[in-house]
Design a binder for this molecule. Structure first.
Ligand code: SAH
Length: 249
């Protein structure tokens, strides 16, 4: 229950997961909260189709971050606090799920510190959306026993991961934000003993009209991404389950 739903005088912030882009993948709760919002503070990844579902008179603020541009996280946190303090119902609309590589943790810390009430509405995260649209069952028990969501945007962080369960064929990897670091990912996988033929699916724009699925292998993933000009937002699914695509480019 939303105990703060009608205390508008105090203001309230809902972190809402917008899902991967297809408005049909927003939750009913997310839709309801979005339609009650006075102001919607959204990312670049929150699709136009989802934003259209907000009230016509709601203020929309784009804080979309791209490398070297957009609004800083501190400025976003300050915006959330400022609008809530004006007594407004604020939706912080975030791509996918707010707490999966979404900086939702930093935002609720700022809200807590400012004494602002908040709630969190989950969303379908990119790994789950990509799994569905490429028909890749992430934890198919005939193959694997775990799935791990990792960030691929930093070569040093990639270096610190243990890929032995992927090499042993026990685990599926979902690599977020990895497009720029695919050479590092490839090197790390192969160095960890992952077989060069290990299936990899690169899913760009999962759930959107422009979705593409590139089926490749650990050894060929950089060449395949280059050949198909795979660009952000894209996710890499790595593991023996990553072979069963219903669609391809
Ligand atoms: N909170 C988001 C992730 C934010 S990090 C979520 O839960 O999905 C941004 C990364 O998410 C992108 O670099 C990409 O790896 C992935 N991503 C987000 N939307 C995507 C989409 N529609 N298709 C493929 N990958 C996506």
């Amino acid at each position: 229950a939303d105990c703060d739903a009608d205390s508008t005088a105090a203001g309230h912030v809902s972190l809402v997961g917008a899902g991967p882009g297809d408005p049909g993948l927003l939750t009913l709760k997310g839709l309801r909260v979005l339609q009650e919002a006075d102001v919607v503070i959204h990312d670049r990844l929150a699709s136009a189709g989802v934003l259209e579902l907000a009230r016509r008179d709601a203020e929309r603020i784009d804080v979309g971050k791209r490398p070297g541009a957009g609004t800083s996280q501190d400025a976003i946190n300050a915006l959330l606090v400022e609008h809530a303090r004006r007594g407004r119902r604020v939706v912080r609309l975030k791509g996918g799920d707010p707490f999966i590589f979404g900086r939702g943790g930093e935002e609720i810390d700022a809200l807590r510190a400012a004494g602002i009430s908040f709630d969190v509405v989950p969303g379908i995260t990119a790994a789950v959306a990509a799994s569905a649209s490429a028909a890749i069952p992430l934890t198919d028990r005939r193959h694997v026993h775990a799935v791990r969501l990792i960030t691929g945007n930093d070569a040093e962080i990639l270096d610190a991961f243990d890929f032995s369960d992927v090499a042993a064929g026990r685990e599926t990897l979902a690599v977020y934000m990895g497009v720029a670091q695919l050479p590092a990912l490839r090197a790390r996988l192969l160095a960890a003993g992952v077989t060069p033929a290990m299936p990899v699916a690169l899913i760009e724009n999962a759930s959107r009209a422009e979705q593409r699925v590139v089926a490749t292998t650990a050894a060929s993933l950089v060449a395949a991404a280059d050949a198909h000009h795979v660009a952000s937002p894209a996710i890499a699914l790595v593991g023996s389950v990553a072979v069963n695509q219903t669609r391809s480019t």
